[in-house]
Design a protein around this ligand. Structure first.
Ligand code: NIG
Ligand code: FE
Length: 458
């Protein structure tokens, strides 16, 4: 059987050498990496490949991130066809393509490759911005959940096309930074019609749609939270469930009580939605334990935790280990999703990631991109903050932003690079993933493939 030649990637350039050009790319940048829509792309010369597949060929013992140095990845038909060490690539790639030559071959010159980021928590259906609120906060005013209502007013007033344009702009911005899977919540409509519109528009751009009618009590029902919860659990849920995969609630002082939250989540689950929860963001509370009790896929924020909360989160994964293999589909527990963009933008204390990890909880990182508490779509920023401010290792942070996000969405097809996984891949303009934290604020996503198709990057 014939097979395509796999070029020897050589070693990573060091000692004053500049990056080599990528064959086929213009000297000015990466714009000319060839596309192969629906076809096959072979990436060779990968200096450091994060697969998130422990025990795969070329990986170190006990490394949950399945790191392979001197690696090759083959994308074919929208899926990963093969990923592993260059020394095994010639035969493996030939077999995977059944003797065909790849449509496109790119020697990445020693750069690092990671799975596309899985951003499991965003609020991207909104209009307006709250820069003035941010400025006031930076001048000393505290963050309060009530600021959400000003975005509700702007969102209700916006025509569909304005909301669509905002979604497209933010998703494009995220993709350029390496995000290939995005969850999008409603929660700035808060009427039956406006929430239905939010989840419907979100469903146009992602399958990971969350109904968050219980974000706050809208101004017109102030003081009548239980009546609003009736609406959320009744007509609003009925209108939104057909467009959504998940139900969520903001279980927090100033938003919804644990009892109200339970009603919303149980109604959502009865309507066939998976459960996720916003909790323990602004202070301690019962939300985390409620989430675990109800079998939520994730509980997000987790800034103020008791020992009992940490034990509940860790205990939800009993038997699967602290770093479950994203590829195996072992998805029994509740992921603690940490959102460091919020603490950065609100000057709250960062959540104690080490306490969670050391206890055996499963941690994801997400952006929480929204116009109030965290107006960033940047998963690289979240990785950098997690490493610098939350003392996660680089390996933990990158895993949490990819495989961890996949577990938080109970997805076994993203967040890792193994044969059969979606061909969602980020090529970093750096020799290692460490640069994501080491070079904060620098656009390092040199090229991004989603379902095997190259997206604009940079
Ligand atoms: O996740 N916590 C509740 N909701 C958002 C904040 C939204 C806003 O401030 O507009 C969050 O931080
Ligand atoms: Fe949020």
């Amino acid at each position: 059987m014939s097979h395509p030649p796999v070029p020897n990637p050589g070693s990573f350039p060091t000692g004053g050498r500049s990056w080599g050009a990528i064959p086929g790319s213009a000297a000015s940048g990466w714009g000319a990496i060839p596309d192969s829509p629906g076809g096959s792309t072979l990436l060779t010369g990968i200096g450091e490949l994060t697969t998130n597949v422990p025990g795969g060929a070329g990986t170190g013992d006990g490394d949950p991130t399945g790191l392979v140095t001197d690696a090759v990845v083959l994308l074919d038909g929208g899926r990963v066809a093969w990923a592993g060490p260059a020394r095994e690539a010639r035969d493996a790639v030939g077999r995977a393509l059944d003797g065909r030559a790849p449509d496109v071959t790119v020697d990445v010159g020693g750069r690092a490759v990671i799975p596309g980021f899985v951003d499991s928590h965003t609020h991207l259906v909104f209009a307006g911005d709250r820069a003035a609120e941010f400025e006031a906060r930076m001048a000393g005013r505290p963050y309060e959940a009530g600021g959400i209502r000003s975005t509700v007013a702007a969102t209700r007033a916006a025509p569909d096309d304005v909301l669509r344009a905002g979604l497209a702009r933010h998703l494009d911005e995220a993709a350029r930074q390496g995000t290939t899977t995005v969850e999008v919540k409603s929660g700035y409509g808060l009427t039956v019609a406006d929430e239905e519109r939010s989840v419907r528009l979100a469903r146009e751009v992602t399958p990971e749609v969350t109904f968050l009618g219980a974000h706050v009590v809208p101004a017109e029902l102030a003081g009548r939270a239980d009546a609003y919860v009736d609406l959320v659990c009744g007509d609003m849920l009925a209108a939104c469930a057909p467009h959504a995969r998940w139900v969520d609630v903001f279980c927090e002082t100033g938003a919804f009580t644990p009892e109200q939250s339970r009603r919303v989540l149980e109604a959502g689950a009865a309507a066939g939605l998976g459960v996720r929860v916003h909790a323990n963001q602004l202070g301690p509370g019962e939300g985390v334990r409620l989430a675990v009790e109800l079998g939520a896929a994730a509980v997000d924020h987790c800034t103020y935790l008791t020992d009992a909360d940490v034990a509940a989160l860790a205990g939800s994964w009993t038997g699967s280990g602290a770093w479950p293999d994203g590829a195996s589909g072992a998805v029994a527990g509740t992921v603690a999703t940490l959102l460091p963009g919020v603490e950065f933008s609100t000057r709250q204390p960062y959540p104690d990631a080490r306490r969670l990890l050391d206890a055996g909880a499963v941690v994801a990182l997400a952006s929480d991109c929204n116009p109030g508490s965290s107006y960033t779509s940047s998963m690289p920023l979240c990785v950098a903050l997690a490493v610098r401010e939350m003392r996660m290792t680089v390996a933990e942070a990158v895993w949490s932003a990819t495989a961890g996000g996949a577990l938080a969405l109970r997805r076994d097809d993203v967040g890792h690079l193994a044969p059969g996984a979606r061909a969602d891949v980020v090529l970093l303009d750096a020799p290692s993933r460490t640069h994501l934290a080491y070079r904060p604020g620098v656009p390092l996503a040199a090229a991004v493939w989603k379902d095997g198709v190259r997206l604009p990057a940079g």
